[in-house]
Design a protein around this ligand. Sequence first.
Ligand SMILES: [Zn+2]
Length: 165
Amino acid sequence: MICPRCNQDEDKVIDSRGADGGHAVRRRRECQSCGCRFTTFERHHASGRLVVVKKDGARVPFDRSNILRGILAACGKRPVSETSKEEIVEAVEREVRREFDREVPSVEIGRRVASMLRALDEISYIRYASEYRGFTSIEDLASEVSSLQSQPKVAPGQQEFFEGD
Ligand SMILES: [Zn+2]
């Protein structure tokens, strides 16, 4: 969104709440350039549904069970509690609904899941990342592991994500 004060398009959403009976969303934004805060009121398009845009350009309705399925597959028999898995789904859904209006690229979802998974279990994370980032060689995997060893962990709900994609 363009800042009403300095005209830069570098804002960060700091609060978001439903309006007009759920048909719109009011977002409190902070300009990262001048620091001023402003509010936007955005009406949901059509059904108000969030759509996921896959890597091949296909669009599918957002479905949290797809996120959970990916996490379950990556975790296998690893010691990650059901509660933690649910919490990741919750946190990711909350974040993407807050940050994306209508369409969210699937890689944005994958990136968030991977980041949170990493804080819980590195093996699950590597499995997940190899799926969503499409590792094709042992070199890809090795470089991911070495960058993993040099980066801080991020717990669910935190807003920082690892670099490198
Ligand atoms: Zn500004």
